[in-house]
Design a protein around this ligand. Sequence first.
Ligand code: SF4
Length: 91
Amino acid sequence: IPIEERLNSNAWDVSQRPHIRIIDPDKCRKCEAKPCTHLCPARCYTLSPDGTVLFSHEGCLECGTCRIVCPHNAIEWTYPRSGYGVQYRFG
Ligand code: SF4
């Protein structure tokens, strides 16, 4: 089953207040590897043409990968507020 199909099985209740935040966008712009843009399974991090890392928390799976792989500690990461975030429907 393709990953997109599996992701579509989940449900999200997304808070207005993102649980993940890029602390210093300038660090991300200068970061050569930008691992978040390659390793986030939900593709929450994208690269704009000017090299800025854009983040969207709506499809976040709360896996914690971005927090671990960021070489510059540029990501502030907390779990979503109670009742919000992803609900896994099939495991
Ligand atoms: Fe992506 Fe996982 Fe980070 Fe959420 S916690 S933004 S799914 S890498």
